[in-house]
Design a protein around this ligand. Sequence first.
Ligand code: 6PG
Length: 231
Amino acid sequence: MVEPRIFASPGALYQHAVNVFAHATADAVHQRGRCVVALSGGETPRPLFGLLARQSDIAWCDTHLFWADERCVPPEDRSSNYGAAKETLLDRIAIPIGNVHRTRGELRPLDAADACEVELRRFLGPTGRIDLVYLGLGIDGHTASLFPQHQALEESVRWMLPVHASAMPAWRITATLPLLNAARHVVFLVVGRNKGSALRRVLDGEPLPAARVRPTHGTLDWLVDGSACSR
Ligand code: 6PG
């Protein structure tokens, strides 16, 4: 059952999202010596990245960044999720280059997915437990690059898959539900009136891709701003 936490403004939502990041990373580093985070793309997380870039209490030297999904484009392409994070966050923080595990969107889709899968399995081990995942909500109820009715939703083994979407850029690499649902903490960021319908459908229990992210042994937070709750 999704229970959204509603914020009066996007600013309040993003500040809370920063606090979640700071606490989750500190907790993971204290318990396991490192924190593994998966970022999502699109526009919603950009303000979060800008705020994170100004946080002084995050142990970036012990924090590793992956992406919940990436478009199959070179990193300098304006639609690259890594590129957006580089512009708003990575270029402004002292994070070791080895801590940034970019999905190599410039490769052929299957090669990019395979490379990411290998890196994740090498890094996480068989449990595949990412500490903190930020996800967005598409107006059709997709999340990461898991789109409604897509075969990738039924994947039960792989952690990363190439998918061909109707949205452009068409080819993307996406985390699968097995990987997302193994996470310790999943945080959805939902901002804007245009997300109201998809959010309503999720809250009504429709089995949309975003609604199928339910961490098996982790926490699930839906941070929603008031405008997205207008319905
Ligand atoms: C992507 C994202 C995608 C995004 C939603 C919401 O690569 O596009 O990972 O899942 O989170 O489409 O996008 P906005 O934040 O731009 O509304």
